[in-house]
Design a binder for this molecule. Structure first.
Ligand code: ADP
Length: 360
């Protein structure tokens, strides 16, 4: 850059000096030595001026590029170290920059490695979970084919067991799809004003029969039009379904499952409480992980996929909130989550959520 600007300055200065000398030579009074001096002076002055101007222009362009590069660099490095003072020694600064950049890239590589390990672990878990019901159904069908089909009582029993395994498989695949859709952002949240009391009543309807069979009373505390929140009806319905289903599954026969609300000025905290087996403290932080179960075989026996609470966690993440659990072994558990409250509208709020009844 410097050489080309010098060359250009030389050329332009020479042209200017030449034109000036040519112009002066028109005057007869000026002799050759004076013309020579004029040439040298005009050449030197023009050269200096042009060179300085060119350098200034080039410097300005370089500065622009440098600023852009610094901006880009800052963006990358700000992730790494915000407070790092820049050194006055340029070589040291470059050295530090390279080091920081390498460190940043290493962090990214580590992150990718973690994701890859997580993906592998997930595939292994899913394969294992899918294998269990498939193998069970396969076993029953082969036993039937090997002769059991001729015995009417055994036939019905085995077919029922195979059907149960396949139903479990269906639930598992549905849960996996839900989870994957939420994680990949394919499900868009549809936020609106919803009545938690009404929503819970609807969810209770699904479990009435199940509850009655084991004399589990589903109780709803509070009143309509009090616990109005800003959330996605269908997703929160799924959260309540999973929590209430778990509460029933882990309750003792002839006990209560209670849903209640703490309504404050800004929020509504929903509690789902059971008086069942409870969760040992060491498991409480892990139950929201995929496929984590306190008792694997018992969970499967009860039709659990190990994904219910992971789905709850993801949906609540999408609502910028999370579930809390308070549980005492042999006494019961309470799962709670907070949602932003909306003040009820005076006149028409009564039927506000009726359109959802047949939506899902
Ligand atoms: P699952 O399909 O096995 O119920 P979840 O993700 O819903 O899977 O729950 C994870 C584990 O947390 C369950 O296997 C169970 O051990 C425990 N759990 C969840 N809810 C309750 C509850 N209300 N009472 C006792 N244990 C519970």
């Amino acid at each position: 850059m410097v050489y080309s600007s010098r060359g250009l300055a030389l050329l332009l200065a020479f042209c200017i000096a030449f034109i000036t000398t040519l112009f002066l030579s028109l005057f007869r009074s000026i002799d050759v030595s004076a013309l020579l001096v004029a040439f040298v002076i005009s050449f030197s002055v023009s050269y200096l001026l042009i060179f300085v101007v060119l350098e200034f222009l080039i410097f300005r362009e370089i500065n622009k590029v440098y600023k852009l590069v610094t901006k880009l660099k800052k963006k990358e490095l700000s992730k790494l170290d915000k407070q790092k003072p820049s050194s006055l020694n340029p070589l040291k600064t470059i050295n530090e920059d390279i080091f920081s950049f390498a460190e940043l890239k290493q962090k990214e590589i580590d992150e990718l490695k973690k994701i890859e390990a997580f993906r592998r672990e997930f595939i292994a878990d899913v394969s294992h979970e899918l294998k269990t019901p498939i193998f069970a159904a396969q076993g029953f069908v082969h036993t039937l084919l090997d002769g059991a089909v001729n015995d009417k009582t055994v036939r019905t029993k085995f077919l029922k067991k195979a059907a149960k395994s396949l139903d479990g498989l269906d639930v598992l695949v549905q849960d996996l799809l839900t989870l994957s859709h939420i994680e990949t952002g394919q499900i868009k949240m549809h936020f609106e004003s919803i009545d938690m009391y009404k929503l819970t009543e609807e969810v209770f309807e699904q479990f009435e029969e199940k509850g009655e069979k084991r004399s589990i009373r589903l109780r709803l505390e509070g009143a309509e039009n009090k616990a109005i929140v800003y959330a996605d009806w269908q997703r929160i319905s799924q959260v309540m379904t999973n929590l209430i289903s778990n509460a029933i599954k882990h309750s003792h026969d002839d006990s209560d499952v209670v849903v209640s609300f703490d309504v404050s000025k800004k929020n509504v905290v929903t509690h789902v409480r059971d008086f069942g087996e409870g969760i040992p403290t060491e498991h409480q932080t892990r139950i929201f992980e995929r496929f984590y179960r306190v008792d694997k075989s018992r969970s499967r026996e009860k039709g659990g996929t190990g994904l219910g609470l992971a789905i709850v966690k993801h949906i609540l993440d999408g609502h910028n909130t999370r579930a809390e659990v308070v549980s005492v072994p042999a006494k019961g558990s309470t799962f709670s989550f907070k949602l932003p409250r909306i003040k009820p509208e005076p006149a028409d709020s009564g039927d506000k959520n009726d359109h959802h009844k047949n939506d899902h």
